[in-house]
Ligand binder design. Structure first.
Ligand SMILES: [Zn+2]
Ligand SMILES: [Zn+2]
Length: 287
């Protein structure tokens, strides 16, 4: 692996495709503030991908409201105009089996460059919500993993999503999968390889109890062997978190054997951005 010195102001030649805004009710900052932070950090692109209204009943602390979606799209489109080729209009949408048709209709109304698909619920249980932690105490963890991984595969095959968000989110509070679900992981990776979804390397997990990037290195290695492409996201909920720990994400991509990653090219007027593979930048020296 080659190493070169790194300007801390221009760290790594990567885009950040997973950022939120104050509209979702649990983040701070305007899209313009995230764009400014990305430019200051030397990132090569910035995708705003706030939480789409959570269907069927948007919760004001989990997602923006249906009324705000128009303004969100307009605001990011204006930034796309101001920074052509740099800013992308994304959205993060939940995969829940009973709302697929509604989500599909809503996504079709707007010219999103890409859609991050995320599983945050098993049934009605929001398993990544700190207010609902008790749910782990009464359930078998490996059974949860099996159910979760099946849903992620269904999400990939739904055709709704460009990127899969935080692929092993169920580990957020430290409930990691055991070897007993190794077969289910293999099955998921095989399913992903048959779709055209991209998996994000999401650094937010480093700041959660699990203290680990999503997905884990072992998962990334399997994805690489199956030729599933990756890209990068911080899942920033504050402008100061844009591109956070991307040096670590880049290092993991190299360690997993990746040599390239997916870049999206937003078209004026939008609607499913073009994608291309770009060479992975070299990793800088470890701090
Ligand atoms: Zn969020
Ligand atoms: Zn998410």
């Amino acid at each position: 692996m080659t190493t070169r010195s790194m300007d801390p102001e221009k760290p790594m030649g990567l885009p950040d495709y997973h950022t939120h805004t104050a509209r979702c009710g649990h983040a701070v900052g305007t899209p313009a503030e995230y764009v400014a932070a990305a430019r200051a950090a030397g990132l090569t692109g910035l995708g705003v991908a706030d939480h789409i209204p959570l269907l069927p009943d948007p919760d004001p602390v989990l997602s923006m409201s249906l009324e705000e979606l128009d303004a969100y799209v307009r605001e990011v489109e204006e930034l796309k105009g101001a920074y052509p080729g740099y800013v992308l209009l994304g959205i993060e949408a939940d995969y829940r089996p009973h709302t697929v048709a509604q989500v599909s209709d809503l996504l079709a109304e707007y010219p999103f460059d890409y859609v991050i698909g995320s599983v945050h619920h098993l049934g009605d249980w929001g398993f990544d919500d700190p207010r609902q932690l008790a749910g782990y105490e009464t359930r078998d963890i490996d059974a949860l993993w099996a159910e979760y991984l099946e849903l992620v595969g269904d999400a990939a095959e739904s055709g709704l999503f460009t990127i899969l968000g935080h692929l092993d989110l169920l580990k957020k509070f430290g409930y990691r999968p055991s070897q007993r679900v190794a077969k289910q992981w293999e099955r998921l990776v095989a399913r992903l390889a048959k779709t055209d979804v991209v998996v994000e390397i999401n650094t937010a997990g480093l700041h959660r109890p699990v203290a680990e990037v999503y997905p884990a290195l072992e998962v990334l290695q399997q994805l690489r062997l199956a030729h599933v492409p990756v890209t990068f996201g911080s899942d920033a909920h504050h402008p100061g978190e844009v591109g956070r720990d991307f040096d670590r994400a880049l290092e993991l991509a190299w360690l997993a054997g990746y040599r390239d990653f997916v870049v999206f090219d937003g078209q004026p007027g939008g609607g499913r951005a073009g994608r291309r593979l770009a060479p992975l930048p070299a990793v800088g020296p470890r701090p």
